[in-house]
Design a protein around this ligand. Structure first.
Ligand SMILES: [Zn+2]
Length: 207
């Protein structure tokens, strides 16, 4: 796929995240790794989503060398680069501050498997990565430790992270993460939450 097409995908995911309330203000960031050219395309730092254009996106190497774009890359570019360096199967990294999921990130509380959609779209429960300093590679390092076979995780006292082999997959995981967090919050307030058993989860994984 050509660079311009990849840029369109990044921009669409960024704007859709904003429209759906997964990010507020200029928080959150999206990136795609282009394996053929060994470059990452990422949303810029501090540009409002509603006015963001393709020209605002930044193309850089995983070592931070900027190849294209006149803006600063997202302040979290090191987290994205770390994930692309370690996970060759991942093409898209999507970071949000979606409110319900971030609420559990602030509590540093795992979201158990309470809904069937969590199995295909997240890969199981939603683990919590240890706190990493903003802008540091350590956020990515800590996220990788808990992600393993999961498609999304919580970042302690910060937000969410979804990864995927495609932009659509990462975006869908983000949506289902927020949905699960919202429903878990409601269920916890309503009564005793019943979590799906390992047996039920494995049956779904193998069906
Ligand atoms: Zn953030």
């Amino acid at each position: 796929m050509k660079l311009n097409e990849l840029k369109k995908e990044v921009l669409k995911a960024a704007k859709d995240s904003y429209k759906l309330g997964l990010v507020a203000g200029t928080s959150g960031n999206v990136s795609i790794y282009d394996k053929n050219n060994e470059v990452m395309i990422i949303t810029p730092s501090s540009i409002p989503y509603d006015t963001m254009t393709i020209e605002d996106l930044v193309v850089l190497k995983l070592d931070g060398t900027i190849l294209d774009g006149y803006n600063k890359p997202s302040s979290e570019w090191k987290m994205h680069a770390k994930i692309f360096k370690d996970r060759k199967d991942i093409k898209c990294v999507l970071h949000t501050h979606s409110p319900y999921a971030t609420g559990f990130a602030v509590c540093q509380e795992t979201i158990p498997v309470i809904l069937i959609e969590m199995v295909p779209f997240i890969g199981g429960d939603v683990p919590v990565a240890k706190f990493g300093m903003p802008g540091s590679e350590s956020i990515g390092t800590e996220a990788l430790k808990v992600l393993k076979d999961r498609k999304a995780c919580l970042l302690s006292n910060h937000g969410t992270l979804a990864i995927g082999e495609t932009v659509d997959k990462a975006f869908t995981s983000s949506i289902y993460l927020e949905d699960a967090a919202k429903i878990y919050h409601i269920a916890k307030n309503a009564g005793n939450v019943k979590v799906l058993s390992d047996k039920e989860i494995n049956m779904m994984k193998n069906s």
